[in-house]
Design a protein around this ligand. Sequence first.
Ligand code: ADP
Length: 342
Amino acid sequence: MSLVLDHVRYTYPGSTHGLDDVSLDVRTGELVAVIGPSGSGKSTLLKLVSGLETGHTGRIALDGEDLSGKPVHRRHIGMVFQSYALFPHLNVQDNVAYGLKLRKVATGARRKRAQELLDLVGLGSFAQRAVAQLSGGQQQRVALARALAIDPRALLLDEPLSALDAGVRGRLRDEIRAIQQRFNATTLLVTHDQEEALTMADRVAVLQDGRLLQIATPREIYEQPASRAVAEFVGLSTVLPATVAAPDRIDLGFALLAAATQGRATGTSVHVLIRPEHVQPDPAPDALNRLAGRTSAQRYLGALTRYDFEVSGAGKPFLAESRAAASQAIAVAPEHIRLLDD
Ligand code: ADP
């Protein structure tokens, strides 16, 4: 089942907010994570696909079938929300079997199916429990089992882990991904957690102000962001204005650096993007792109130290990460300086 959004526009009645000409596809069995600042349109996108919000222009289609005008329950889409939204008066098994009951599946068959799914999410022995007796992580696994029980044509996950503690979240991330892959479920995941998006998704879609800025693999989004907005939103970085001084030379105002200018004309204004792990502490005195200065703040992260390195005239510190902070100088290899067009 593939999910396609083609030039989808939507504006909330009486406002100018919503989605602005969003086109993206989720291939069969693929997990696409949708990220973006608060208010960028992530929930709106999910609501339009699920049918909870209607009235868009453009096309939303599942395996070629246009979903416009189809009510929520006829789209056959599984949904998992941040708040587990389980039925408190039903036990675990009946929660999982709920969608099958609505679809008039016989009692025996739906209990069997519910049990299979509970086994799959590691809650096989909890079938008769009241949902209130489960932890948050367990409730979210029940919600996932319930969404999958109907053999959905697509799966929508709306901040499924954000109500859980960090430890549970990490584990459940891996579990949800493994189950999603096992079911080959075509999945859209909305999250405000970049790490969740980068670790779980096949591709990441970045939204801002209702527009799709980029959709690409996690590696491409992080290493080859299409714009400054994507670069600054995903991961930590130092972004500074610069001008192309000559082929493969850029002028930062306070320093001239070697970097691939890729055919940009001399005088072109750009921004440079440098990721903290690419800042080398205390390079050799004759190292390329060496910048002298001093470390102003350090945060101990265990295996690494994250620090701010002040270079005179830069206006803001370079954010760096390495085993130990630099004492006198840093360097950034040319291949780790990415130019972003203004
Ligand atoms: P996100 O999920 O990325 O935080 P939303 O999709 O909830 O963003 O919201 C996108 C934009 O639409 C925001 O500017 C938000 O204020 C606006 N919005 C959301 N829901 C409504 C609504 N029911 N009526 C009017 N505007 C809304």
